[in-house]
Design a protein around this ligand. Structure first.
Ligand code: HSE
Length: 440
């Protein structure tokens, strides 16, 4: 093993929940290897927690290292590197800014903070000439941000299509497998520990939207915040939507889509959205089941790339944290620094209405002469071209299932509004976007 003769790199750990405790265990378990890889041992200088008395199971650290004063811990001169696994905006932002401005490396899993105000952290990192790493903030164990931030930096990324929320992927996979409705699938996810007691952040798409903002910022060298992301959750997805997707050889996934668009004048912009969508079963993302995450990245020279793995959980998230710790610790020893904030492209973020997509629409209609023509003319009036129409049922009632060709989201949603107003349309049963290559 390499001789390790440098002074220890001293770590302040902020947060000791599921991920923090796993970081402590892995730091202890792999201490020798980590020291050899870095060229210096890693040493925990302190662990800041909200409550001292909480049962965290047997942890291989001196209990005297625990403190409730995170602000004092990050300000200490004998701390080199801060790991933050607390989450939320304040007071974490203040702690991390303090750490970065004083030259401490920061490794964080905090997607909400990065997505809302990454610029403030990067500015503090620049002032303090310090490293800011956050691989664990998106898709847990999957190495995704480093490939975007480093490996693909010589390429031009055009699209990132991802499943970046495990809870919703578990729910939608269960709905697809069993035909269950949303509420039953959510109950199952809760019972198995995949959904939190308050699942709002996951099922309403907030968690995925924060991750989409981080991915888009890195992929397109443009500052994208969570507020720029069009967000729809999965609470309205019905068993009928999932069955309809099946009938056309597709499945429903909560997708995070970040894409570059070039208009006819050569002007580039980016669109960033999170919403449920039908994707063909032949698409690599369709096979991502259970609570797994994946990202499908398209770049000019690299072509198509797929990243897949566990997006949540103590050990997978701790794996990403420790990879960043090793990188940051090595940088400290060699005097190098991680790549800075890259927002030079500063592309316009397109509103959802300008997004090009396709819709799958199910309509409950009266089965009488002229219905199809009336429905078709609503699409035509909005310049929306129909790809397929299927009719199910007969007698007085029929369900018309229409899949469109590509059009702007504004034109498609205006079409749906006008369909709702037609007398012969008794109900709009389901409206869902369709992603994946359009059949020629
Ligand atoms: N709650 C998230 C998920 C994991 O379900 O994927 C943390 O981002």
């Amino acid at each position: 093993m390499t001789h390790v003769n440098n002074a220890p790199v001293r770590i302040a750990l902020l947060g000791c929940g599921t991920v923090g405790a796993e970081v402590v265990r892995l730091l202890h378990q792999h201490a020798g290897d980590l020291a050899a890889r870095i060229g210096a041992p890693l040493e925990i200088a302190g662990i800041a927690v909200r409550r001292l008395g909480r049962d965290r199971g047997p942890l291989p650290v001196d209990p005297a290292l625990f403190t409730t004063d995170a602000a004092a811990l990050v300000a200490r001169d004998d701390v080199d590197l801060v790991i933050e696994v607390v989450g939320g905006i304040e007071p974490v932002r203040t702690w991390l800014v303090t750490a970065l401005e004083s030259g401490k490396s920061v490794v964080t899993a905090n997607k909400a903070l990065l997505a809302e105000d990454g610029a403030t952290l990067y500015a503090a990192a620049t002032r303090g000439n310090a490293d800011l790493y956050y691989e664990a903030s998106v898709a847990g164990a999957i190495p995704l941000l480093r490939p975007l931030r480093e490996s693909l930096h010589g390429d031009r990324i055009t699209r990132v299509l991802g499943i970046v929320n495990g809870t919703t992927n578990f729910i939608l996979s269960a709905m697809d497998a069993t035909g269950a409705g949303f509420a039953d699938a959510l109950d199952e996810a809760t019972a198995l520990g995949y959904a939190e007691a308050d699942p709002t952040a996951d099922i309403e798409g907030f968690d995925a939207a924060a991750k989409a903002a981080i991915l888009a910022s890195l992929a397109f060298h443009t500052r994208v915040t969570a507020a720029d992301v069009h967000r729809e959750g999965i609470t309205e997805v019905t068993a009928a939507d999932v069955a309809s997707a099946k009938a056309m050889g597709a499945t429903v996934k909560l997708l995070c889509i970040a894409e570059r668009h070039t208009d006819s004048g050569g002007q580039e912009s980016v669109g960033v959205r999170v919403h449920p969508a039908m994707i063909p079963r032949s698409h690599p993302l369709a096979g991502v089941g259970d609570a797994f995450n994946a990202a499908f990245v398209q770049a000019d020279a690299a072509g198509e790339l797929m990243f897949y793995g566990r997006g949540a959980g103590g050990a997978p998230t701790a794996s990403a944290v420790l990879g960043d710790v090793v990188a940051a610790a090595r940088n400290r020893l060699s005097g190098a620094r991680a790549s800075n904030d890259s927002a030079y492209a500063d592309l316009r973020v397109r509103p959802m209405g300008e997004t090009l997509t396709r819709y799958h629409i199910s309509l409950d209609v009266a089965d009488v002469a002229g219905v199809l023509a009336t429905v078709a003319s609503s699409f035509a009036e909005h310049g929306v071209s129909i790809q397929t129409v299927r009719q199910e049922g007969h007698g007085g009632d029929a369900t018309l299932v229409v899949v469109t060709h590509t059009a702007t989201d504004a034109a498609l949603s205006a079409t749906v509004e006008s369909l709702r107003k037609l007398e012969i349309v008794r109900d709009v049963l389901s409206v869902m976007r369709v992603e994946g290559e359009e059949p020629q």
